[in-house]
Design a protein around this ligand. Structure first.
Ligand code: SAH
Length: 263
């Protein structure tokens, strides 16, 4: 236990323990309490102090999990008891992670806190794809958005896609859902061309990572991927998407050859 107690709002990265920051690893190793989200895999939790109290406070999908107020109370009570508390979130804690609400609660309670950044899923997805998100020849901005609004959130339900989906932007769409048809239609209606490259990266930086590539026009044809997944759209992906499509067709040809030669 540390004197006074403190809450570390820490990012666990996208899934691979090697992508934890040294700081997050060090804090986990000497934490008294770890409050983690569903996105944090067991192989990262295994790195925590074996004596730590480890609690899943995740509320993924529709499964009933603790309310945000309960999570806040738990963080505050644990820190007040003098513990070093690691509030561990997937990726970076500040990207679609309710970080601001938790900071507000800690501030109101007078609890010491610190943010420990992590590698967000969009960056892990770009690495999986093998691309720069800010290729200066093709992209002037990176737009980080979600296709999902939590119940009760004040975010507008009618999104101004035209302002976001510009040809000079690389779009990172978190929580894309499974209805890629609607997403595709919204982006096309916003004025993006059907030929603009798109990719879906599922479980980035995990052993079962998958990368599916297409153009925006074909986005709805991409196989249903397993969660968590992220959709990327933009000309900055062009070379990477072409490489991926070329290797997919080589693999298909090899498979067809195999079938023919076994006849
Ligand atoms: N704070 C997290 C994001 C939380 S929102 C971060 O910075 O990454 C949850 C969404 O993040 C998921 O629905 C998915 O869109 C995305 N995500 C998280 N981990 C992912 C992973 N390993 N691969 C692909 N997408 C991921």
């Amino acid at each position: 236990m540390t004197d006074g107690g403190k809450v570390y709002l820490a990012g666990a990265g996208p899934g691979d323990p090697d992508l934890l920051t040294v700081k997050a690893l060090r804090l986990l190793a000497c934490a008294d309490v770890v409050l983690h989200d569903d996105l944090v895999p067991p192989r990262i939790l295994a790195l925590a102090n074996p004596l730590a109290e480890i609690v899943n406070v995740g509320k993924r999908c529709s499964a009933k999990g603790p309310a945000q107020s309960e999570i806040n109370s738990r963080m505050i009570a644990s820190a007040r008891a003098g513990n070093s508390v690691v509030r561990l979130k997937g990726g970076d804690p500040g990207v679609f992670g309710r970080l601001a609400e938790e900071i507000d609660a800690l501030e109101s309670a007078g609890i010491a806190w610190e943010i420990v950044p992590g590698i967000t899923a969009g960056l892990a997805a770009a690495a999986a794809l093998g691309t720069s998100l800010t290729d200066r020849r093709k992209s002037a901005r990176v737009v980080i958005i979600t296709n999902h609004h939590a119940a009760g959130s004040e975010a507008p339900t009618e999104r101004d896609w035209k302002a976001l989906a510009r040809e000079d932007a690389t779009l990172l769409i978190y929580m894309p859902g499974h209805d890629f048809g609607t997403l595709r239609a919204q982006l096309l209606a916003a004025g993006l061309p059907a030929e603009i490259p798109a990719a879906v990266v599922s479980r980035a930086a995990s052993p079962d990572q998958s990368v599916e590539c297409a153009t925006l026009g074909e986005l709805n044809a991409l196989a249903r991927v397993s969660a968590p997944s992220i959709v990327l759209v933009g000309w900055a992906l062009d070379a990477a998407v072409r490489r991926a499509l070329a290797s997919q067709s080589t693999a298909l040809l090899a498979e067809a050859d195999l079938i023919l030669s076994s006849r």
